[in-house]
Design a protein around this ligand. Structure first.
Ligand code: CTP
Length: 213
């Protein structure tokens, strides 16, 4: 199983950047649950202070581009990876041309203009591969979980999408999840992230096609 987790950090200059409130707790809990279920697990993690779950191979990255490249490298190194779970809250945009030097405030009206460009969509790129692993996406919504989740599942081309309320989960130890697949949706009620992670791994295992190759 290959997973992404945590936020990404997109530099503006050497001391500033754009990031988000993802703590990585849900992704790390899922990595731990996959390992406990007997999987070989690689976790590509954005900046977080969380400890590596025992027995999990961890690759630390900072930016979305680095996360994209680490995921591609992990899949190239292990082409028979069965499952990819994209839990990371990947920054949609990065600064086009980060400054090599700290930006200085030169006067009362001086405001830097930041040009943003889109980051690669890691999950969509994995789902588009020739022989993709079974892909699970996450969606951090603020409302309309079911409708937004179904739309996102279709847009990303993945068999399972896990929707949650972004601002009600980032940093917390508990969460609630809505699992959306081609048959409809199933709610995993509020619980600690470790329990939810175990339940999600069981749901993934039930849906997984027979082992490849
Ligand atoms: N994702 C990714 N690479 C990106 C953006 C998102 O792999 N550059 C993955 C996330 O890990 C998650 C899912 O895609 O599994 C979230 O999709 P996205 O469309 O980015 O969701 P939101 O950020 O919730 O999108 P929006 O802001 O459009 O609601």
């Amino acid at each position: 199983v290959l997973l992404t987790a945590g936020p990404t950090y997109e530099p503006i200059d050497p001391v500033r950047g754009i990031t988000n409130l993802s703590s990585g707790k849900m992704g790390f809990a899922i990595a731990r649950a996959c390992r406990a279920a007997g999987a070989e697990v690689t976790l590509v993690a954005g900046p977080t202070a969380l400890a590596t779950p025992r027995g999990v191979r961890r690759v630390d990255v900072r930016t979305a581009q680095q996360m994209h490249d680490a995921v591609a490298a992990a899949l190239d190194a292990a082409p028979r990876t069965d499952v990819f779970v994209a839990v990371a809250a990947v920054a949609d945009w990065r600064v086009a041309d980060p400054s090599a030097r700290k930006l200085k405030k030169r006067g009362a009206d001086d405001v830097p203009k930041l040009e943003l460009v889109q980051n690669p969509d890691i999950l969509a790129a994995v789902a588009r591969r020739a022989d993709p692993p079974w892909c699970v996406g996450f969606a951090a919504e603020s409302e309309d979980l079911e409708a937004n989740g179904q739309a996102k599942r279709a847009a990303k081309g993945v068999p399972l999408l896990v929707a949650n309320i972004g601002h009600a989960t980032f940093g917390r130890d508990d969460n609630e999840l809505l699992l959306i697949d081609e048959r409809g949706s199933r709610r995993l009620p509020r619980a600690d992230k470790a329990s939810l992670a175990r339940a999600l791994v069981a749901e993934i295992a039930q849906r997984l096609p027979p082992r490849r190759g």
